[in-house]
Ligand binder design. Structure first.
Ligand SMILES: CC(=O)N[C@H]1[C@@H](OP(=O)(O)OP(=O)(O)OC[C@H]2O[C@@H](n3ccc(=O)[nH]c3=O)[C@H](O)[C@@H]2O)O[C@H](CO)[C@@H](O)[C@@H]1O[C@H](C)C(=O)N[C@@H](C)C(=O)N[C@H](CCC(=O)O)C(=O)O
Ligand SMILES: Nc1ncnc2c1ncn2[C@@H]1O[C@H](COP(=O)(O)OP(=O)(O)OP(=O)(O)O)[C@@H](O)[C@H]1O
Length: 499
């Protein structure tokens, strides 16, 4: 049987042997009983929804021979049972061991922060490729290895087991660099534990995911963990208040956290910064400055946010010793990113933009980017994906208020309502818009909402469809329904005879 000796697999892990032999060969690791095979080691995780320890009998029935637990469980079967303090961390340790410490072979760059992670990974990828350095990408759009894109199970950062397997695949394919998005979930739940990061990048921190972290301080603390993991460089947006806090803390990190701090920004003095910024409706030009050089840059995406995101990538490229010429061409070569300020329909009269803005801050940035270049009205179609009740209420109200203040008209609809009541979500958003004196129409069906926006738009208007970006489905209840916003827009213009 191909596999690994259990004792080798347990290297570096503190555990208590409850019963059974360590003289076993483990062929496979699973943290979901439904994926167990003969000879598997099953890791029982105490989940948010159910307790993985409940599925131990199922795992044994399917052939698990080693069970890793974090709570005492009586197990009569002839299996090895090991107890650890935290099975999520243990999963990361075992996965890294199973796949032979793949991050030792990769120059691993982690990008964290509320917004901007995806575009930074694509800017870094493009620059590295321009400099003939092979690079893999892991993030919200999927995992990209050698030009092949595949979806991840988790929206942004895969679970440790899948992650180490991906690193292994990249290293095996001879890829030398990996740039990945690191979510706060991944940091809190130890998905990236036991991964060797050379560089960590911080974008910004604004309210999101408070259903998991409960407060901005907790959310910040989760993100800040990455900056104690990086070995070589910590790259931080100094214009962001939480970025400044991180810089102050990093300056006092003990000597065993040796990464060099590199700041980037536009407003505050920074190591990497931009001057002579010229914004247009479709692209931005500026002069980039690093401690070594100054050079012109053209970013083929509109708005100041892409000045920030490209500066982060430039700082990373500078730290990695890449030539300014390659940096410049690499940034310019990014023609656009799926669902990020993507113009999905444009004629002399109409323009429709799809953007992944799904937080208060990103909605504000998306609207203020488009507004100065809109001759007519700016119509925003959006829903809010937020936890039910009090926790998600601030997000619903926040996004409603931003739309009321900045857009000329909102069409409030659903995002991915999942198991929540879409009408209740819309009612909270609508109430916030009304309080600010904004104008809106509420249409639960997102397809109908988009159609309505197309129907009412007049020459010179711009429609911003915010929230789902690159996604190609809508999740309603437990069902995933195909949903392609660019196609819906094109069909609507055609059917309404407004081309
Ligand atoms: C909130 C969250 O992070 N959830 C993660 C969490 O799920 P959970 O604790 O609810 O799991 P659970 O359903 O209670 O199950 C507990 C354990 O029992 C196991 N089980 C369950 C059923 C069964 O029959 N047998 C069995 O063994 C499960 O596999 C699991 O190991 O632990 C699971 C196992 O590690 C993850 O797959 C799951 O991520 C889900 C897929 C997810 O969608 N997470 C989202 C919220 C997420 O991670 N998002 C971030 C950020 C995205 C962003 O930037 O916007 C991301 O990085 O993707
Ligand atoms: N630097 C930025 N500051 C604020 N908003 C931004 C920034 N960059 C991008 N955005 C907005 O946030 C949206 C999401 O951007 P992006 O996908 O890069 O973020 P992300 O960090 O990957 O988020 P997620 O993990 O939720 O996918 C964009 O569509 C845009 O509206």
């Amino acid at each position: 049987m191909i596999g690994m000796q259990l004792s080798d697999l347990l290297q570096g892990l503190t555990y208590e042997r409850i019963k059974g032999t360590l003289e076993r060969t483990v062929s496979h690791i699973a943290y979901d009983s439904r994926e167990v095979q003969a000879g598997s080691l099953f890791v029982a995780i105490t989940g948010f929804t159910v307790d993985g320890h409940r599925y131990i009998p199922d795992a044994i029935r399917r052939g698990a021979e080693v069970i890793l637990i974090e709570q005492p469980v009586a197990i009569a079967d002839d299996v090895t049972v090991l107890q650890v303090q935290d099975t999520r961390y243990a999963l990361a340790r075992l996965a890294a061991n199973f796949y032979n410490q793949p991050t030792d072979m990769l120059n691993l760059i982690g990008v964290t922060g509320t917004n901007g992670k995806t575009s930074i990974t694509y800017f870094v990828k493009s620059i590295f490729e321009q400099a003939h350095r092979s690079v893999g990408v892991i993030g919200t759009i999927g995992t990209l290895i050698g030009g092949q894109l595949r979806k991840n199970k988790n929206p942004t950062t895969p679970e440790a087991l899948e992650l180490q397997q991906i690193f292994h695949e990249m290293a095996d394919a001879g890829i030398m660099n990996c740039v990945m998005e690191v979510s706060s979930h991944a940091l809190s739940l130890d998905r990236v534990a036991c991964s060797r990061f050379r560089t960590a990048i911080f974008t910004n921190l604004t309210p999101d995911h408070l259903e998991l972290h409960r407060s901005m301080d907790e959310y910040y603390a989760a993100k800040a963990r990455l900056f104690k993991m990086a070995e070589d460089y910590n790259i931080v947006n100094i214009d962001d208040p939480y970025g400044r806090r991180l810089c102050e803390e990093a300056a006092n990190f003990p000597a065993n956290f040796p990464a060099r701090l590199i700041t980037y920004g536009i407003e505050q003095p920074a190591d990497v910064y931009a001057t002579e910024i010229e914004l247009t409706a479709d692209y931005t030009t500026y002069t980039a400055h690093t401690p070594a050089d100054s050079f012109p840059v053209k970013v083929q995406l509109p708005g100041l946010i892409y000045v920030y995101n490209s500066l982060a990538a430039i700082a990373c490229a500078y730290a990695n010793g890449i030539d300014p010429g390659d940096i410049q061409q690499g940034i310019e070569a990014v023609q656009g990113i799926q669902g990020r300020m993507e113009v999905v329909y444009q004629t002399d009269d109409y323009k429709v933009v799809v953007d992944f803005a799904h937080t208060e801050d990103s909605l504000e940035k998306a609207i203020t980017t488009l507004k100065p270049f809109t001759k007519g009205r700016l119509i925003v179609v959006f829903g809010v994906y937020a936890a039910p009740g009090e926790l998600g209420l601030s997000k619903r109200r926040g996004m409603g208020k931003v739309a009321a203040r900045l857009a000329d008209l909102s069409v409030v609809t659903t995002d991915n309502p999942k198991e929540q009541d879409p009408k209740a979500i819309i009612a909270d958003v609508a109430a916030a818009i009304e309080e600010e004196g904004g104008r809106y129409t509420a249409i639960v069906d997102r397809r109908e909402a988009i159609r309505h926006a197309v129907e009412i738009c007049r020459p010179g208007d711009v429609i911003l469809i915010a929230g789902k970006g690159h996604e190609r489905t809508q999740v309603i209840g437990k069902e995933e329904i195909p949903f392609h916003e660019a196609e819906i827009v094109r069909e609507a213009f055609q059917e309404l005879g407004k081309e």
